[in-house]
Ligand binder design. Structure first.
Ligand code: AHG
Length: 340
């Protein structure tokens, strides 16, 4: 079979009526920016990109989430902003690293899409050379809105017209959905283009592998304790089989494993993060990943409700996340709903 490039795939999607020319251009631009982030990430210590970004005085720079920023967080954010400013495909964009939406400079034409991104997810892993990634979500800008404000971004995940992530691992891989299946592209570094490597990915319904930060166990709610307790009971538990555990602490890497060989991922509510509503961000992480996972036949909930149906209340809102193989997500969700 002849290799299919991302560009060829986008043309096919346009001909199939799944996307329009503007969305096709948007994805090309994001993919090109992610190639630049991939190059910066791959340089490691040689590129002078490791470590913390400088803030005021001797302090590290702090982002809107109250987290210290790595140099690569800042570089990746700038690459995505700069790449998306001038193409005429965006009405505005929003980044996990910035408090407010970024408007398109007046000197450039505006488009009809809103782009949201987490420029470098899992950035605590950069300095130790473990996979990190970029996550993005695309919404339509409401008609007649020329200067989109926060309220225009607050659309439920069901309104996403595209979502994707790029994992910067041993290979750089782009995973993409337009709501017609989930597809994977691998970066051919010599040629410099993304090439289709899996079309119509399906996550197995059942699994024997779970991902969770076990160090938070004592802070979890009772239904989560019950659920994980059952998995840990192995052959003596209700599933009658042993479960394996993996936790990369880069959501992109954990989700990529799940869409490749199945599994479930949990970042549940716990007593430490109760006041924040969860750890992961609805608009930059939960919604795009939920869209990708559902399009691959999996499920994604907050433990109580389908993520994609949540009405967002804030741009940087956090939510609990349960996603992956359908049966296990449904069981864990059922335990929470039943206990309420
Ligand atoms: P960040 O981008 O700030 O490094 O956050 C990473 C996210 C997500 O990618 C990962 O699944 C989770 O936080 C890891 O959380 P723990 O630090 O609790 O392991």
């Amino acid at each position: 079979m002849k290799p299919v490039s991302l560009i060829q795939f986008l043309i096919e999607e346009r001909r199939a009526g799944h996307i329009n020319a503007e969305l096709s251009l948007l994805i090309e631009v994001v993919a090109r920016a992610c190639k630049r982030i991939s190059v910066a990430t791959n340089k490691g210590a040689l590129g002078g990109v490791l470590g913390m970004a400088a803030g005021e005085g001797d302090a590290a720079s702090i982002n809107i989430q109250g987290e210290a920023q790595k140099k690569l967080d800042v570089i990746s954010n700038e690459i995505l902003l700069e790449a998306n400013a001038w193409g005429g495909h965006l009405a505005a964009c929003a980044s996990e690293e910035m408090e407010d939406p970024q408007q398109i400079p007046d000197m450039y034409p505006k488009g009809n899409h809103l782009l949201l991104f987490d420029p470098l997810d899992g950035s605590s892993n950069i300095d130790v050379n473990i996979s990190v990634g970029t996550i993005f979500s695309v919404l339509r800008c409401p008609d007649h809105v020329t200067e989109p404000k926060v309220e225009h971004f607050l659309q439920p995940g069901t309104e996403q017209v595209a979502a994707g992530y790029v994992v910067y691992g041993p290979a750089t891989v782009l995973v993409l959905t337009f709501g017609h299946g989930t597809h994977e592209f691998t970066l051919d570094r010599e040629v410099g283009s993304f090439v289709l490597s899996r079309r119509g990915i399906r996550i197995p319904e059942e699994t024997a592998e779970f991902a969770i930060n076990m160090s938070n166990q004592r802070h979890w709610e009772a239904p989560m304790q019950r659920y994980v307790g059952e998995l840990l009971a192995g052959t003596e538990g209700p599933r009658g089989k042993d479960f394996n555990m993996r936790w990369v602490a880069s959501m992109v890497a954990d989700v990529h494993r799940i869409i490749t060989r199945g599994g479930v991922f949990f970042y549940p509510l716990d007593a430490k993060i109760q006041a924040k509503g969860g750890k992961l961000r609805l608009m930059y992480e939960a919604n795009p990943m939920a869209f990708i996972v559902e399009q691959a036949g999996g499920a994604a909930t907050t433990g109580r409700a389908r993520i994609l149906e949540l009405q967002p209340t804030a741009l940087h809102q956090r939510v609990p996340v349960f996603l992956g193989s359908r049966k296990e997500v449904e069981t864990a969700t059922h335990y929470h709903v039943e206990a309420d």
